[in-house]
Design a binder for this molecule. Sequence first.
Ligand SMILES: C[S@@+](CC[C@H](N)C(=O)[O-])C[C@H]1O[C@@H](n2cnc3c(N)ncnc32)[C@H](O)[C@@H]1O
Length: 260
Amino acid sequence: MSEPRRSKVRKLLGRDARLWKVAKASYSAGLRLNRRLVLATTWKSKRDLLALQSGGLQVQLGGGDRGIAGMLNIDARMTRAADMVADCSRLGRFDDSSLTMIFSNAFFEHLYRQQQLPLLQDCFRTLKPGGLLLFLGIPDFESVCREYLAANSGTIADYSRLEWAYRYTHGDPEQFPEWWSKQLHKSLFDSDELAALARSAGFAAVMVFRYWYPGETWPVNLGLCAGSSVSEAVVRQLLERFGEYVDVTTVDVIPSVGKS
Ligand SMILES: C[S@@+](CC[C@H](N)C(=O)[O-])C[C@H]1O[C@@H](n2cnc3c(N)ncnc32)[C@H](O)[C@@H]1O
């Protein structure tokens, strides 16, 4: 890292490290409003710091309580992992060609249908050349129907077969009454729909894959990877970083949607 960069990083760290500590402490103490205020003043510094440290900014949309190190973690709710509290259905706060990765898990299906294409267009606009979009954990309606009709029994806690289908199609929002509407799935997807949306947004290379979530025995999750150039090898290598979300041994790239 060059000296001017190093001194920028030192400056950002010096000023905001104390604020971040206050933010974390206030959350632990239950002072959520304080933390919201602190985040409103610190997210830009964290953004600049991450961009400098990792050679480009990576963001996580709808990260909930699961923060990812090295990414700017954003959620509509003030969660313990959030670096920024914002509606992720648009990325208006980010400049053109300013991001190297846009990641989400179990988020895209929480948007209304009319919000999907505008968000993907924003992703296309904000990604740098060579940058990648990776959306995981999107329930595959086709597979959910297939498994339901085959009367397979799943390995998700004590869910009955119908409750299990509801978990995937609707998100089982009743488990989180205080943020029911954010948890509700507002859309259904299959692989064709996902790929068509990404292409309409402008992405030249689009891959969709099906996989099992770790510990589950259902191939009902879809992943979408898009960029200017995406190969199966790139996707598989990328997924190694996200083993917490994907049983990588089960990844099955859907060949038909790989074609333009
Ligand atoms: C099922 S949770 C997934 C959380 C996390 N990504 C994970 O893998 O556990 C969906 C998350 O999306 C967030 N969310 C829903 N709609 C959102 C929106 N429009 N903007 C930002 N976050 C949103 C919710 O608050 C929630 O934290």
